[in-house]
Design a protein around this ligand. Structure first.
Ligand code: XIL
Length: 912
């Protein structure tokens, strides 16, 4: 087993409390860089409680002196700084170096800010909690701190220790970050563009043309958009002055397609630009839009970090021409985070150690951050740790967005689930290309290059993390080492591995290689394989087959991830069965395997074939009654968590894919689905039935009538060998079937199991109806019957060959003898013959068509048992001199149905 260090427990103490109700900072920020080295005085530092502080030359981290804190008599005593002028509202990284006085061994210290907003109550915000320190060296104690209250009667930064009398030195305190100038109400003006007098500041993006039209709007004018050749082309508006960090806004626009257009999908998105970080594109909301009526696209957005420029734009189906009207961007009236049991407490008590959520910068401030802190003790970077985010071009690493999330983790004592080291998707094309842009092959040189790139990428991330956390207290507790390596269907390799570029170049061994590198560079992190559709019976078998192989090959794998992008019609039983299967594999192999639910969301759409981010499946609204869908989903969550609790012994983490229904990827992927309600929190971050399904199902509203269709799992082809030309009687197990409400069901399949199946491929169709009469989408699979290997031996011989002489404009005849030199019987009626010229166009060649001569059909009127011969004649009439080289294939079936063929080369030399 791999040895792991445990991370010193860090607990958040209401760090971001109050952000939802206070004035937020604006986008204009100033830099702060404060240092205190205690070389010539105490720099304004004082002692809290009974603490005395004095400059000491006994120890120094930098320079020749430090600040010594003595005389402490309570844990909250310690050296302190009134930071009101140093740190106006904003976001900071704070660090201090600490060393215990000699002879006191080891202890812990915490870095805290006591903050009392004017007229409010004191909050004790943790910057760094319980950091281990010693008397033998200096330890960096650091974290990030963010707050938005502009007037505080107290803002006191201090170090404390649970050992009430511990004396310690402090040196080289540094506070860096950005202040955020206060935003007074009204200074982020709401926007409303009605296009009654002009384009109102909207401009074109990409190839789009935008034009103000005076009529045809919802009332009066509108903005007409045309000429779009790519999805991201469209109208755009600069909203930089209208957004503020930590403030949620509601954006809304109406759209209608040009008359006569087919429906199109349009999405309202935001582009954020900031010097030094990658430009970000974030979806706000989308909808299907038609030519018949105006459709509203509406959603909320929270700016999480300062920007140089922010633009909203409308994008969607390439080529679609449309009108937009009545755009508004205004403050969203946020309901405070509810006082309900925290998911992390409820699930923690049930044995789930990590209760996580996928997030990005939008969730690092304001009310979304409060929700994260209240309910979750872990998170997964939704996109910021993916290969394309971390290394967009070879050798250029962009950690800015990931660092921001690590800051947030540090500041809030949250653990991080790393996502993802090796993946085929959201991975730049250069990874799989040679320096000249040609695709990598599986040649030794190309394989070496790709393996080296894999190592460079993983090592660079590790180096970066280690530099941030020299004490080894990184918040990253686990990694998705490889993601989505198994295909959804049947593939021509042992575990149905996805035919990705990784697989094409390196074969299955790329998975082994990735784990070995991850183990080398992240020895303290738990290493997981991860995939979606792991609950599907066929994919489960492939997934476990691969994991079993990894264990046998001694690959350092710690566990198995189930993305759990499910929908509320997919039987919970299937995931339950997969969790059991992993537990059984672990026992059988005597190899501990943790399990993690990595990306949970429960779609309220009809079945989605796969969660492949490149899929083009077409999930639809499961019911027109969105509220009923929400309630039904609450019951799904109830059953799902009942199943997960049965496996809490092996499940170490449950991560929800998004904090709220407003922030789920399902609302915009693979195309707009505004009806989606997949998560425990709604658009206003209030609890949904899904929340109660997890926390207390007795609070669920009455269940709606059953509108969910039952499900048939996909089934790989059934392959059978026949012993007779009549095919075979084939018995098969029907596809695994079930229903969310009715449990296991049996489908009806035609042809039925036990029927006679002819040689070749026969499609079987299975249907299924639940107790309420809802019908499943029929399931299909193939029965492939192959004949036994032939015992015949077919030959053909060209009597006047191998080189046949011919003359221009005269018919040439070629007599071919053939027969069966083996045993068994070839069937004459299955006779087939064809020639292809192989030297067409070559120097000295002449075009020639060699055909079966009329009358040669007698060869088809009899059978060819052992030793039986026959012959036929081929004819051609050359029109030019030269040589024709042809490959001629004779094919027949034997009496058991096997296809038998032989090819011979005929050269015709045409002279004058
Ligand atoms: C999704 C993100 O949520 C989207 O924002 C992004 O546009 C596409 O990727 N499986 C995974 C995740 O492993 O990385 C995907 O995340 C969802 C499917």
């Amino acid at each position: 087993m791999r040895q792991r260090r445990l991370r010193a427990g860090a607990l958040a103490t209401g760090l971001l409390a109050g952000l939802g109700t206070v004035v937020a900072p604006s986008a204009t920020a100033a830099a702060v860089d404060y240092t205190a080295g205690f070389e010539s005085g105490t720099s304004g530092w004082t002692g809290r409680g009974t603490t005395g502080v004095a400059v000491s030359t006994d120890q120094a981290h930098g320079g020749s002196s430090s600040l010594l804190a003595t005389g402490r008599t309570a844990n909250w005593h310690g050296p302190a700084l009134d930071a009101r002028t140093v740190m106006p509202a904003g976001r900071y990284t704070i660090e201090a170096w600490v060393r215990l006085v000699a002879g006191t061994g080891a202890d812990t210290v915490s870095l805290t800010v006591a903050r009392t907003p004017d007229g409010g109550a004191a909050a004790y915000d943790s910057v760094a909690n319980g950091v281990a320190v010693t008397d033998s060296g200096w330890t960096r104690v650091s974290g990030t701190y963010e707050f938005a209250t502009t007037s505080n009667s107290q803002l006191e930064l201090y170090l404390e220790s649970p050992d009430a009398t511990q004396a310690f030195y402090v040196d080289d305190v540094r506070i860096t970050g950005e202040t955020a100038a206060p935003v007074q109400p009204g200074t982020t003006p709401p926007v409303a563009t009605a296009f009654d007098g002009g384009p109102d500041g909207w401009t074109a993006r990409g190839d789009a043309t935008v034009a103000h039209v005076t009529a045809g709007g919802r009332s009066g004018g509108a903005l007409s958009v045309s000429g779009r050749t790519q999805t991201w082309h469209g109208p755009a508006l600069d909203v930089t002055p209208n957004l503020a960090v930590g403030r949620t806004v509601e954006a809304s626009v109406w759209a209608r397609l040009a008359p006569g257009s087919a429906p199109a999908q349009l999405t309202l998105s935001i582009q954020r630009d900031r010097a030094g970080t990658r430009t970000a594109y974030e979806n706000i909301a989308g909808a299907e839009v038609t030519a018949d009526a105006w459709t509203r696209i509406r959603g909320t957005y929270t700016l999480g970090s300062p920007v140089d420029r922010a633009q909203v734009y409308v994008e969607g189906t390439a080529g679609a021409a449309f009108l937009i009207d009545d755009f508004t961007l205004q403050p969203f009236a946020e309901t405070p985070v509810q006082d309900v049991p925290a998911l992390k407490d409820v699930l923690g008590a049930q044995g789930f150690e990590h209760v996580g959520v996928a997030l990005d910068q939008r969730e690092t401030t304001g009310r979304p951050a409060q929700l994260v802190q209240k309910h979750f003790n872990a998170f997964t970077p939704e996109n910021d740790g993916k290969p394309e985010s971390v290394q967009p071009t070879e050798g250029t690493f962009t950690f800015g967005n990931l660092d921001r999330l690590l800051d947030f983790a540090d500041a809030t004592g949250t653990q991080v689930y790393g996502h993802v080291l090796v993946w085929h998707s959201q991975t730049p094309a250069w990874v799989f290309q040679r320096p000249d842009g040609t695709p990598l092959t599986n040649s030794p040189a190309d394989r070496a290059l790709l393996e080296q790139r894999m190592e460079t990428h993983i090592k660079a991330i590790a180096d970066h993390v280690n530099a941030r956390y020299p004490d080894g207290n990184s918040p990253i507790w686990a990694w998705d080492v490889v993601n989505e390596v198994i295909a959804d269907g049947d593939n021509a390799n042992p575990h149905d591995m996805r035919d990705s570029r990784w697989f094409q170049v390196l074969g299955e061994g790329f998975v082994d290689h990735a784990f070995r590198l991850a183990d080398q560079y992240f020895p303290d992190a738990k290493l997981f394989i991860n995939d979606y559709n792991t609950e599907m019976p066929e994919k489960r078998a492939d997934y476990l087959g691969l994991v079993s192989g990894l264990i046998e090959r001694g690959v350092p794998i710690d566990g198995v991830g189930h993305q759990a992008h499910v929908d509320f019609g997919r039987p919970v039983q299937w995931l339950d069965d997969s969790l059991t299967a992993v537990e059984e594999l672990s026992a059988e192999k005597r190899h501990p395997l943790a399990q993690v639910i990595t990306e949970l969301d429960v779609s309220t759409s009809t079945e989605m074939a796969s969660a492949d981010v490149n899929s083009t499946g077409a999930p639809r609204r499961a019911t027109p009654d969105d509220a009923a869908a929400g309630v039904e989903n609450g019951y799904y969550y109830r059953d799902l968590f009942a199943a997960l609790r049965e496996h809490s012994g092996s499940i170490e983490s449950v991560t929800f894919w998004g904090i709220s229904n407003a922030r789920t990827w399902l609302r915009t992927w693979p195309y707009p689905r505004p009806w989606e309600r997949p998560l425990p929190f709604d658009d206003d971050l209030q609890v949904t039935p899904a929340y109660w399904g997890v926390v207390d199902p007795s609070k669920l509203p009455a269940r709606p009538a059953d509108f969910l269709v039952p499900r048939l799992a996909a089934k790989d082809p059934v392959r059978v060998s026949s012993t007779s030309p009549a095919g075979a009687e084939v018995t098969f197990t029907p596809p695994v079937a079930g229903d969310t409400r009715d449990g296991v069901l049996s489908p009806t399949c035609t042809p039925a199991s036990g029927s006679q199946f002819p040689i070749g491929t026969t499609r079987v169709t299975c249907t299924l109806t639940d107790e309420a009469g809802n019908q499943a989408t029929p399931g299909v699979f193939d029965v492939v019957v192959t004949p036994p290997p032939t015992t015949t031996k077919l030959y053909q011989r060209v009597n006047n060959g191998p080189v046949v002489r011919a003359n221009v404009n005269q018919t040439v005849q070629v007599v071919v003898q053939f027969g069966n030199e083996g045993t068994g019987t070839l069937l004459g009626r299955t006779f087939g013959y064809s020639c292809t010229q192989v030297n067409a166009g070559a120097a000295g060649s002449t075009p020639l068509t060699l055909e079966l001569a009329p009358g040669s059909a007698h060869t088809t009127q009899r059978n060819y048992p052992a030793g039986q011969n026959g012959n036929f004649t081929l004819r051609a009439r050359p029109t030019r001199t030269g040589t024709a080289v042809l490959d001629c294939t004779l094919s027949l079936q034997d009496s058991l149905g096997a296809q038998v063929s032989t090819t011979t080369r005929i050269t015709v030399d045409v002279r004058k």
